[in-house]
Design a protein around this ligand. Structure first.
Ligand SMILES: [Mg+2]
Length: 124
């Protein structure tokens, strides 16, 4: 399975990359929404996208809105990665087509729980 990690924080991308690769995902990364759209265009769709909210160029909500216009990515699960203070914004992302959210700071176990909910755990 393939996961796209979209975050302007190098540290957060590294944390998510490590967790996902340990669970057998191939990962691709982008620093913001515009770059993420380019990565998807170049590498094809992904099973999962983990998407930060606050990013330069194109934020998480704008990315979700754009990606949901493209039927190529209709099956891609989108998980917003947000802080508690951003929780009120998550509903607008869900309305725009996001599948679920993960609240920062998160534990590896919480990521596993979300992957299982999305049917993306390694036991599937
Ligand atoms: Mg950010």
């Amino acid at each position: 399975m393939k996961a796209l990690v979209v975050d302007d924080s190098n540290t957060m991308r590294a944390v998510l990359r490590r967790i996902l690769q340990m669970r057998g995902f191939e990962t691709v990364e982008a620093k913001h929404g515009v770059e993420a759209l380019h990565v998807l265009a170049q590498t094809g769709t992904a099973d999962l996208a983990l998407v930060d909210w606050n990013m330069p160029e194109m934020n998480g909500l704008q990315f979700v809105t754009e990606v949901r216009k493209n039927p190529t990515h209709a099956q891609m699960r989108i998980m917003m990665v947000t802080t508690e203070t951003g929780l009120h914004e998550v509903q607008s992302a869900i309305d725009a087509g996001a599948t679920d959210y993960l609240m920062k700071p998160f534990t590896t176990g919480q990521v596993d729980d979300k992957l299982a909910l999305l049917g993306l755990d390694s036991h599937a």
